[in-house]
Design a protein around this ligand. Sequence first.
Ligand code: ATP
Length: 213
Amino acid sequence: MRVGLFGGSFNPIHFGHLRSAEEQREALGLDLVYFVPASSPPHKTEGGLAPAEHRLQMVRLATKGNRHFMVSDVEIKRAGQSYTIDTVRFFLATLRQPSALFLLMGADQFNELDTWKNADELVAACNLAVHTRLSEGDSASAPRFSLAALKRFGYIKCDDHYVHPSEHTLSFVDTTILPISATEIRRKLQRGQSINYLLPGDVVDYIQRHQLY
Ligand code: ATP
């Protein structure tokens, strides 16, 4: 069983998140992708963050039609600051073996992985899949991930991926980054503008019914 963990504030979840998760699932041959909404993301300020139970419910609504998509409330139940290492430990302890765990993250997150809690334990405990922007011609000269981060954790290149001394892998997955952001969705709501077609209709209804943002 190949299992992906996709964490985020999902404030709210939108088609950019969903499409990215779907493409990563296909590229990595994952059987399941767990969406893991953070209770209180350590790298973000609390301003404008909808209550965790609402964000969780919106993720449930958005993913309900996809049998490969699951939702975990482990970080929300734990409350307080959400640390990825605690979530990975939880999944390793509870998944039925043999399972390969893939932590899905953006290139920006990978580049600052060094600042994450127990980063060395994290990279030794699971596979990493870093989603990068699908090549766009003009981005050819810009490095999309930091070579320093690769070196820092001792990754060695092997075919089309990298291998950690623990034998866990690091893969870069090109995904379509739809020009949709949760920040922009919240901004539109504050201005009284439409958010239709940026996120699933059930989530739009939920936001309106509960007067979020
Ligand atoms: P905010 O605008 O509130 O900061 P965000 O979408 O950047 O929201 P998260 O909800 O924490 O923040 O994002 C979770 C993950 O989804 C991150 O890894 C981020 O790289 C990825 N992501 C966010 N927006 C998109 C998008 N439009 N397309 C693909 N991936 C995205």
